[in-house]
Design a binder for this molecule. Sequence first.
Ligand code: GLV
Ligand code: MN
Ligand code: MN
Length: 419
Amino acid sequence: MTSPGPDIRIAVDSAGLQRRIDELALISEAPAPVVTRVLFSEADLRGREYVRRAAREAALTLREDAVGNLFARWEGSEPGLAAVGSGSHTDAIPNAGKYDGVVGVLGAFEALAALKRAGFRPTRSLEVVMFTAEEPTRFGLGCLGSRLMAGSISVEKARGLKDREGRTLEELRCAAGCKGPLESVTLPPGYYHAFVELHIEQGPLLEAQKVPIGIVEHIAGPSSYRATLRGEGGHAGAVLMPVRHDALLAGAEIALAVERAAKGSGSPDTVGTVGVFRIEPGAVNSVPFGAYLEIDLRDARLGTRERALAEIRRTAEEACARRGVSMEFEEINADPPAAGDPRTVAIAQEVCAELGLRSLRMVSRAYHDSLFMARVSPTTMIFIPCRNGWSHRPEEYASPEHIASGVEVLAHTMARLAV
Ligand code: GLV
Ligand code: MN
Ligand code: MN
């Protein structure tokens, strides 16, 4: 065993946790089974109130920072020591399900409650975080709360973020009742001794291999780009083919280049997606004069992601030049991948072995707040299977048994880290 742990018997209140997951799911901008809770929407604000109540019921001490990150703490016997953290998010993209993020917040409350019931007394404090806006829906930038906590975005840039209606983060957070300057969100160095996030896998591997627990060794680094193309429009009947400057066709070449570059990067972890492709004017009898693409490119290794990006840009420039279409290519965001902390990973794996649960070391292909916590703390994630790997859709489902196993592993892992 890497670290001696207390001999505790955890009994997870699976029914109580499921009831809370179901109750939170009903706080949504859209009728059930759809869950939509966009940052600082009315549903998000009510969701936050639900989380506060759950923290108080669990007898945890609440604190909120200037961007609305919520911290619920169980004070250890040596409060001066760095805390052991867990947590995730409760915001949800449009048309989402009820488990993404929520399992990591309400599940962490249950982990602490189960440890309390078991008579465990932590030396280090245990803290659950509900991060603000893991999802990029409102400002086009994911992990806003954890990004600010890790000091990975400048306060000037954060303050200036605008949503589609032109409302700034500054305006919205003040309207939501967040107090204090954004500068105060950054965590002091060494704030966490370790951080462990519980999350549904959002992929099919655990289910397919019938393994109940995944332990995250790497989190793929996400990046996104926008390409704005300008060609020349005209009558679909009258403008002959040799003289066309069709922006859609240049965009189509870029979309295919994204696929080709991701497939041919040499790494199975490179994934490229064109998730937004709009054209102007969008009429059947008009040559498209404008096209707008948003590209999502991710990899567990920066080198292969950068090579894929260079290949995409080279092809895009060549296609646009050949077609007489102008292109503006901009980075929206690019985060490096994160590595899990080997000791924390080993502890979680030992816990699984001792509980008789099979586990698999994994790459997280989705990003999470742990991507940023890993920059300021030894970090890992505990994954549980979800049906068909579905996520970001109302059919998202994780069984109460798998959730309970995840909570049990989380509780033991936090306990070992806290002594
Ligand atoms: C987060 O939801 C992601 O897009 O990975
Ligand atoms: Mn998500
Ligand atoms: Mn999530």
